[in-house]
Design a binder for this molecule. Structure first.
Ligand code: CUA
Length: 362
């Protein structure tokens, strides 16, 4: 192999690498949900609307890729073809070509109009829910989700029936969040002080995840909720039957975004692992000297009802940051249940299950 053909071979390989790189960059977000069953760049289609949305997306994508490759290719070719060559006179460049200008202006404008029309049309369809859609209230808060159903049931898991349009009424208790169900192709900002709407018709029973898609602080990436699409309406109704939440669920809904209970890890607040009847270092609010208290029923209850009165000094000096509204937000029996759970998680769950069995027998 002589030098020239080696150089050509290297050049060709470099071109292949560049082309592969361009396509990779253009499609870099492919399968962002790590979903092997999806269609190339998108996760699986789990709603009736998903196929239409994907169609518009790929339509615009291929037009953009077509223009990207041709414009970049032409640019590269011109650079090479009209590069400066020593000893060659600089030629006068041509000035005006009406037909060329029409050719590169009119078709792209028409394409832009078509792309706008398709995007706008689907946007309007996504914005206006059908009148008979099932309503579910969604409340976002740093960093958890709460769902309220037509029958008054509340849950931190989203349950929806298959093949029925569902409209989500989205509100926030604090900052901006966003309601994101990638497999249903639903994403909507949640704005404090407003109710925004998003809707979908899920058409694949199964388990999914709801994400927050608007940066909302330290635990934004953990702000998720499990979603279940039920095959039948009866199954869905059974899943959202109002009932008493387990102590573990109460803890998860109210406490777990700031306190760990399974590990000694310190989140915003101290870890509550093994807190029941343990000795705790605390200081009265206002930086009084540290003293030791026994974390008994009275202390735990006091700490939920009047947070900040005693500040933990376990592993770190904690500031008075805990939500002060639990006394109003939780029913007395829910507070008792939480205290049981903090005293002994295993025993509290056993007690809860025994009570549940007793209630079912009645
Ligand atoms: Cu809520 Cu990010």
């Amino acid at each position: 192999m002589n030098l020239r053909s080696t150089a050509t071979a290297i050049g060709r390989r470099a071109w292949h690498v560049l082309a592969a790189l361009a396509v990779t960059l253009m499609t870099g977000c492919g399968n962002m949900m790590g979903d092997v069953d999806g269609n190339w760049q998108m996760p699986i289609q789990a709603s009736k609307e998903a196929a239409d949305i994907d169609w518009v997306y790929y339509f615009i994508f291929w037009i953009c890729l077509f223009y990207f490759v041709h414009i970049m290719g032409a640019m590269g070719w011109f650079m090479w073809r009209y590069r400066r060559i020593p000893g060659k006179e600089v030629e006068e460049s041509p000035h005006h070509s009406l037909s060329l200008e029409i050719a590169w202006s009119i078709p792209p404008i028409l394409l832009c109009v078509v792309m706008f029309y398709l995007g706008f049309d689907y946007y309007m369809q996504m914005s206006i829910p059908p009148a008979d859609a099932i309503k579910i209230e969604v409340q976002a808060e740093k960093w958890s989700w709460k769902f309220r159903y037509h029958n008054g049931a509340e849950s931190d898991e989203l349950h929806i029936p298959k093949d029925k349009p569902v409209v989500f009424l989205l509100t926030s208790r604090d900052v901006l969040h966003a309601f994101y169900l990638p497999k249903m192709r639903v994403k909507k900002d949640i704005v404090p002080g407003r109710t925004t709407k998003a809707w979908t018709t899920a058409n694949r029973a199964g388990d999914y995840t709801l994400f927050c898609a608007e940066y909302c602080g330290r635990s934004h990436s953990m702000m998720r909720a499990p979603v279940t699409v039920h095959e039948t309406e009866a199954g869905w109704l059974a899943a959202i039957r109002p009932g008493r939440a387990s102590p573990e669920k109460l803890f998860r809904m109210n406490c777990s975004s700031c306190h760990s209970i399974d590990t000694p890890e310190i989140l915003t607040g101290p870890s509550l692992k093994g807190i029941g009847m343990s000795k705790r270092q605390v200081a009265a609010g206002g930086g009084a000297p540290t003293k030791e208290v026994l974390a008994d029923r009275a202390y735990l209850k006091e700490s939920i009802l009047r947070p900040g009165a005693l500040l933990s000094r376990m592993g770190k000096d904690f500031k008075d940051e805990m939500n002060k509204t639990f006394a109003k937000q939780l029913k007395p029996e829910q507070i008792e249940s939480l205290v049981d759970y903090l005293l002994d998680p295993k025993k509290a769950m056993e007690k809860f299950e025994a009570e549940l069995k007793k209630a079912e027998k009645k």
